[in-house]
Design a protein around this ligand. Structure first.
Ligand SMILES: [Zn+2]
Length: 379
């Protein structure tokens, strides 16, 4: 496991850290003692302040100062306060539970109506449509698909262990400990074929995360360990937040077919999982987002601040509907949420720049202008 860059030394004479490798308590104590003017990503030398855009300190929203409460050393994760900072426990997005209730009610109604319609059709000696049959048998469909997904991992995935992808395995163990989970989920590396992705699911009482091989790069080591720690924290966070339970997935059965409402619930879950990733390794957030934006080779050239700034600039109906229909928050909004830790990520309305903030970008004055060409030489 890569050491946590920002881990300060354990205070002399302080109580023993129950997870010495994580450095959580020592960090929290240290940070609450020095909240003045911290840098934005304090221990991420490869992500210096972007040359363009608003210096992030002007937002007054830093990883510190929000959700940080004095936590007595040795407090188990379950008893730590929830917030948006990297310290304590990660917060759930406030829209998640209300939207979950709405979607569960709609799913239940849809299933009841489907059962009634099927009975009606069968009594009339007519064949119900395939959609009605799938709705009626949703509990079996969800169970079957979960079982198949898990079986695919068990027979085709490379299982992370202390001897196989040990770096990834250690990150999963670290995330499970940080989120106060009773069990470490299984973790697999699956063939990515160039795709950058990861997901979490479960079957029965088992939970697992799967990471696409392209995140691991050469020789089993991640090119950007902090970004991988963020992504694994995000996926383990889905499990810790209960997103992978059978009942949850059954209750959300119609969510993918529910425009706006269903996709917004899924987006709020993604913000919750991002909060977990941020809690697990906040310095990995820019690298993870840059990799999602530009891939594993160009990620280092992405200006995180410059791209996040565009969340407040790009506007209009199609931006709004594109985000509203999407299962993940659009990247610029997601980056903004990971940068501004004073509030939760925006679900429906684009983030707005704080009053008095200077305009984004400090480009050359001729940026975007078509230059005049010199006259062509005449032969
Ligand atoms: Zn996710």
């Amino acid at each position: 496991m890569q050491p946590h860059d920002s881990q300060p030394p354990q205070p002399a004479g302080g109580p023993a850290d129950p997870y010495p490798a994580l450095g959580g308590w020592a960090q929290a104590q240290d940070v609450t003692a020095t909240p003045s003017e911290p840098p934005w990503y304090p221990s991420s030398p490869q992500y210096p302040a972007a040359p363009y855009g608003i210096p992030t300190s002007q937002y007054g929203a830093t990883p510190y100062g929000y959700g940080v409460a004095p936590v007595p050393p040795g407090t188990p994760p379950q008893r730590q306060p929830r917030g948006l900072s990297p310290y304590g426990m990660p917060a759930r997005h406030p829209w998640e539970i209300p939207l979950l209730v709405v979607v569960c009610v709609i799913t239940t109604l849809a299933m009841l109506i489907a059962v009634a319609a099927c009975i009606d059709l069968v009594l009339d000696r007519k064949l119900p449509s395939i959609y009605l049959i799938i709705l009626v048998f949703a509990p079996i469909v969800v169970w079957f698909l979960r079982g198949m997904t898990y079986a695919t991992m068990r027979v085709n995935g490379v299982k992370m262990s202390p001897t196989q992808f040990p770096e990834g395995y250690q990150l999963v163990v670290e995330a499970a400990a940080r989120f106060g989970m009773a069990k470490v989920p299984d973790a697999y590396v699956v063939l990515g074929n160039g795709q950058i992705n990861a997901f979490a699911s479960g079957h029965g009482f088992r939970r697992f995360v799967a990471v696409y091989s392209d995140l691991f790069e050469i020789g089993g080591a991640a090119r950007e360990p902090d970004a991988l720690a963020f992504i694994i924290g995000h996926e383990v966070g889905h499990i810790a937040a209960g997103h992978t339970s059978y009942w949850r997935q059954l209750g959300m059965f119609v969510a993918p077919s529910l425009p706006i409402v269903g996709s917004s619930l899924i987006r709020s879950q993604e913000y919750t999982a991002d909060n977990h990733g941020y809690c697990n390794r906040h310095v990995g957030a820019p690298g993870a987002m840059s990799t999602l934006a530009a891939g594993k080779y160009l990620n280092k050239l992405v200006g995180f601040d410059e791209m996040a700034d565009r969340a407040a600039i790009e506007k209009g109906f199609f931006v709004w509907i594109g985000n509203a229909m999407s299962s993940h928050p659009v990247l610029t909004w997601r980056m903004w949420a990971l940068r501004d830790r004073s509030r939760h990520g925006k679900l429906f309305l684009r983030p707005s720049r704080p009053a008095g903030a200077p305009p984004a970008g400090s480009y050359p004055s001729n940026y975007g202008e078509v230059p005049a060409l010199p006259p062509k030489p005449v032969p």
